[in-house]
Design a protein around this ligand. Sequence first.
Ligand SMILES: [Zn+2]
Length: 148
Amino acid sequence: MEWNDDTIAKLRTLWAEGLSTAEIGRRLNISKNAVVGKAHRLNLPSRPSPIRRAEGDAVPRQAAPKRAQGPTLPPLAASMGAPVPSLRAIMPTAKYTTRATPCCWPIGEPGKPSFHFCNASAAAGKPYCEDHASIAYVRVRDRREDVA
Ligand SMILES: [Zn+2]
């Protein structure tokens, strides 16, 4: 198996779409280990295992997922030339906005024509739909474990 720009681009795309490493391997006709190894060398963001760990469900989800990656909301007040209010002050607005906004989980590679957002109905108070919110949550947890 030789990596070239084409296969690397495909890997990045499939990876960003959230396919399992095994599935990516099947599509690129390479081994799962090759996918994992190349993704690591490309510094692609770590992803949750397709098999949800049972103990993960026991973790209380009181904290909103930190967005390790992805689009950020524009600084609303700053763009209007007003002083930035405290986080508490803008929270009601943000909550209202996200409830009416489609899921903004990025799919594909930013800058490419194929890049788009999930656009499924976002969960109330979250920037992502239920599925992507849970992925974002797991991603942060995995990242912490990588550091440890
Ligand atoms: Zn989504």
